[in-house]
Design a protein around this ligand. Sequence first.
Ligand code: PLP
Length: 407
Amino acid sequence: MVLEKDLKNVSKDFPILKQEVNGKPLVYLDNGASSQKPQVVIDAITKYYTEINANIHRGVHTLSQKATDAYEASRKKLQVHFNAKHDFEILFTKGTTDGINLVASGFTTLLSKGDEIIVSHLEHHSNIVPWQMLCERTGAVLKVIPMNNKGELLMDEYDKLLSDKTKLVAVNHVSNALGTINPIKYIIDKAHEYDAVILIDGAQATPHIKPDVQALNCDFYVCSAHKMCGPTGVGILYGKEEWLNIMPPYQGGGEMIKEVTFEETTYACLPHKFEAGTPNIAGGIVFGVAIDYMNAVGFEYIQQQEDELLAYANQELKKIQGLKLIGTAQEKVSVISFNIEGCHPYDIGTIVDKLGVAVRTGHHCTQPIMQFFDIPGTIRASFMFYNTKEDVDVLVSAVKKAKMMLL
Ligand SMILES: *Cc1c(COP(=O)(O)O)cnc(C)c1O
């Protein structure tokens, strides 16, 4: 493992950060959309295709067994990381969106007309639309936990929404648009009081926090590797064994069967029942390498570093006149959304890009949040542990410059 001994220089592990963009040193603050990849992760992709590429769970030949072993070893790493009870409760998916769609599809035959699904006002579209589609298929009704103007969910309103009709609750652990950390333990326990199933969208939490799915006692937890220093096109769905047994398979095909005849097909055991077809083998294996890397950096260090960056960025950005922070929850990760009075977020984003600063502008796949604040979008700076205070300084001076040019 190539890890900078001096954690202050951990950004050196990320070769992409050494480049210039538009003639300026790159300051990458769009980690909420996708994180960068350390050299160990990049090397592991090359190593896989150079040394062990073969299809898994199929051949008796040596390479196939090597690839299968590496893939299953990665599943075990993820089991340990998330503290799942069994390795077969970790399903490889294409990512968060895929995991949520898998569960939403699985509940098609388990819900009926008049049942209720609860989401929150803070959700990413991928934790809204699959449930709306499930409602269309089943006649179930979607309910929404409201929020206050700091971007915090209102738990007393959540309590009021819950009833015997509630069959499913789906909320994010951390809001990708505002950075709010939601009180998911409370949300999970309350859902269980009504025997509702609870899914946590951990896409924006897992780059910053190490969740313990058994302690949380959630039924499902989903995330994407690409936001956690890993490759795109792979993620996991953690599901409690009992629910993975109850849910029917998602897709039919190779790998997910026990026996196929034209009269009847029986399904494979977990996790293969939900893993039809050839998966993203390299992605699955390298996801494990990314997890190793993040654990080597250490989540304690990650949180401490990011809390400092968040506090410093808040303090410095607030000094800019006309700047309004969107989302000021008490509990936040290092995601900052803001707007500048009189400027469109897109224009600010375009100008700061010219100065080497990568931020996200727009609605961040959370249009209901933008509707709540009655804004077209925000400028979002999202920090990872490899960002520095100098990055914050460059961001602040770039935003100041953009503001001067626009006003
Ligand atoms: C990024 C994100 C998603 C979607 O993840 P994909 O990797 O695009 O599937 C869903 N929810 C949240 C909170 C996110 O941040």
